[in-house]
Ligand binder design. Structure first.
Ligand code: WT7
Length: 654
């Protein structure tokens, strides 16, 4: 554990607890809602395993029914043992077989304005073809496939093709560097990499293939690289290793049976940051994950699959994209919008233009995006007819009540319920959230655990807290839970199950108010949350120290009005070396990716340390946020601190 704790968040929670407004579901919403009242909660409380089994039977197609609902050998869960199913069949074939082949799966829009309309039949054909292509490249059940793509339909096609043949995928966000990609490929020992020449972002083509090439140079397990043509930028194709997607697809058969997989077959790995420098390969399996994703997508968003148009603005490189662009929505057979680029190209109203154009009814985005829209002003959404919207969602970090109210008023027109959804890469799907037809919301609170989910706030000693602050824990296994960390069972047990015996520890602080509402307070470990993305302080520190001029580095996340937290770095240079902050920022971007780039780099002769040599991050955060540092008598040398504080003050004034 780090030196931080839930006490840190007291200022935030004091502010949040002044929040007295409540928003009960409107009568006309309740009337049409899938869930009104408490029946689903009551049912799940009586028998959570039976509840999940019913969801699995109602919402998912099985080739063979399970023998056991849950086999729980703490901390290892086996859901629906003996059952078999195919995820791609559930997302595609069953809808086409039910006569919905002509239904639009994706209204895809490229950043330059080009569009593609993809029906369920189109998607089934393309996925089947690509599954055959993968087989042709030697991919067999159980082989790992890496995916490094922009937000183009081929990303969903590649994931589903892997699922169809039982080859676990590992998607790496296109904003990560070649080094990050190589680390992930090597950890997973992937055979095939699927990438693109480039994609569009901020009006320009950003190249992906050169980074993929560099990664492959450092990844001996990759036999083949499949390249989607999107950006049109020049690329070098390595003979025998690299193949154009369109050439392989040309003539590939659309006949590829979806083979049943065991319920616990590995569906995918997704890497996320922990408190050490090495990202964790989070393992998700087939039956439980699909049940959880399908159930939550349907009930949290009150999905009416025949009429709703769902838009989740996440990238498929994150868990949100996996669960709420690919698996949940397609399993539910709904129509979606998928958009390639940034929200401000060509204008600051691009998202609202798309909502109007496609008649989006359910919109799911991150608080950091909402705060950005607030900065751009209410005039931007006001240019468009947003009356099709009926449910709004947020994910990724706590939403401040001001942003919640702005979202409610200026995007939701005061009529749309907002679901603030708390979950993690590890949980696979939404865990704590309102149900829009059943829950009275409070701006800034994620409200209650979903039916079938058991959460508790505990104090330092692991004692359950009824009212007040502490650590968020989960007390019962759930179907979408991670099954482990790839290749590292000790780390799995240590990270999630050791802090509070018998409980899953999420790493988040939380508080329960007098009405039993949950308020999330942010991370309590050395993990930052920048724009809803997890970045480990250690990972950025390692990247900085890998620069030849850097002797030592300390990184903290400081509160930032737009991104939630910002990466702030304090760096000690090696004797005789000189380098400026900008070069170090660029170095971190090259090592990890632009998302991890520090907002500020302070070059300092010393770092504040305890007598035992531990860097005092809390103090560094106080300095970065311009707070009074208070008592520093435990510092080894407090004299340097005045200097750091003065630099921070100067930077805030800029
Ligand atoms: C961490 C998980 C789940 C997809 C996006 C991020 C924070 C997430 C909320 C929320 C407060 C939230 C937590 C969590 N978080 N949603 N609604 N309210 N905090 O996935 O990268 O695995 O990060 O994001 O700190 O632990 P992730």
């Amino acid at each position: 554990m780090s030196d931080t704790g839930p006490g840190e968040a007291h200022d935030t929670i004091d502010a949040l607890l002044d929040e007295q407004r409540t928003f009960p579901p409107a009568d006309d919403f309740v009337e049409q809602a899938l869930v009104a009242g408490t029946f689903l909660y009551d049912e799940a409380r009586q028998d959570d395993e039976g509840f999940w089994a019913r969801q699995a039977a109602d919402l998912v197609d099985w080739s063979q029914e399970w023998d056991t609902i849950l086999d729980w050998q703490l901390p290892y869960a086996n859901w629906f043992g003996g059952g078999t199913l195919n995820v791609a069949h559930n997302c595609l074939d069953r809808h086409v077989e039910a006569g919905k082949g002509d239904k639009v799966a994706f209204h895809w829009e490229g950043e330059p304005g080009d569009t593609r309309t993809i029906t369920y039949r189109d998607l089934l054909d393309e996925v089947s073809q690509f599954a055959n292509v993968l087989k042709g490249l030697g991919v067999e059940q159980g082989d790992r496939v890496n995916i490094y793509l922009p937000m183009i339909p081929e990303a969903a096609v590649a994931m589903l093709a892997c699922a169809r043949i039982g080859a676990p995928h590992s998607v790496v966000f296109g904003g990560f560097s070649s080094q990050s990609l190589a680390d992930r490929i090597n950890d997973a020992e992937a055979k095939v990499l699927i990438t693109a020449d480039g994609g569009y972002r901020r009006g320009e083509v950003f190249p992906l293939k050169p980074a993929a090439d560099e990664a492959c140079d450092a990844s001996p397990t990759i036999d083949h690289v499949v390249v989607v043509k999107r950006g049109g930028n020049d690329v070098t194709m390595v003979e025998d290793r690299d193949h154009w997607y369109h050439e392989l697809m040309d003539g590939a058969s659309t006949d590829c049976p979806a083979e049943p997989m065991d319920a616990e077959h590995l569906l995918f790995l997704l890497y996320t940051s922990g408190t050490t420098g090495k990202p964790k390969g989070i393992m998700h399996t087939t039956g439980g994950y699909l049940t959880h994703a399908t159930f939550t997508h349907r009930y949290v968003f009150d999905l009416h699959p025949d009429t709703d148009v769902f838009w989740c603005t996440a990238d498929v490189g994150w868990i949100t994209g996996h669960s709420y662009i690919v698996y949940g929505p397609l399993s539910n057979g709904c129509t979606q919008v998928m958009y390639e680029g940034v929200p401000n190209h060509p204008g600051n109203d691009r998202f609202w233009e798309l909502v109007e154009k496609y008649g989006v009814t359910i919109f799911y985005t991150a608080p950091t995006a909402i705060r950005t829209f607030m900065k751009w002003g209410a005039d931007e959404p006001a240019k468009h007819d947003l009356s099709s919207l009926r449910v709004l969602g947020t994910v990724g970090e706590p939403i401040n009540p001001e942003a919640w109210m702005w979202y409610h008023e200026h995007i939701g027109g005061g009529r749309c319920p907002i679901v603030d959804t708390w979950w993690q890469t590890e949980t696979g799907g939404i865990m704590i959230s309102p149900l829009p037809g059943a829950t009275t919301t409070k701006p800034g609170s994620a409200t209650f655990p979903l039916p079938g989910i058991s959460a508790e706030v505990v104090d330092d000693a692991g004692e359950s807290v009824d009212v007040g602050g502490g650590y968020l824990t989960l007390t019962r296994p759930w179907p979408g839970m991670l099954r482990g960390i790839w290749g590292d069972p000790e780390r799995y047990e240590e990270t999630y199950w050791s802090r509070f015996p018998g409980r899953y520890f999420a790493g988040d602080g939380a508080k329960l108010d007098e009405d039993g509402y949950l308020w999330l307070l942010g991370r309590v470990d050395d993990v930052m949350n920048v724009s809803g993305h997890r970045i480990s302080t250690t990972e950025v520190e390692s990247a900085l120290v890998s620069h030849p001029a850097v002797a030592e580095a300390a990184v903290v996340g400081a509160t930032d009005a737009t991104t939630g937290q910002a990466v702030i770095a304090y760096v000690i240079l090696r004797g005789g070396e000189e380098v400026d902050g900008e070069a170090l920022r660029a170095h971190v971007a090259a090592e990890i990716g632009a998302i991890a780039k520090p907002k500020q780099v302070y070059i300092t002769p010393e770092l504040p340390k305890t007598r035992s040599g531990k860097i005092m991050r809390r103090l560094l955060r106080d300095v970065a946020e311009g707070r009074n540092i208070g008592d520093t008598t435990t510092l080894a040398d407090s004299s340097m601190f005045a200097e750091l504080q003065a630099k921070a003050a100067a930077a805030t004034e800029d």
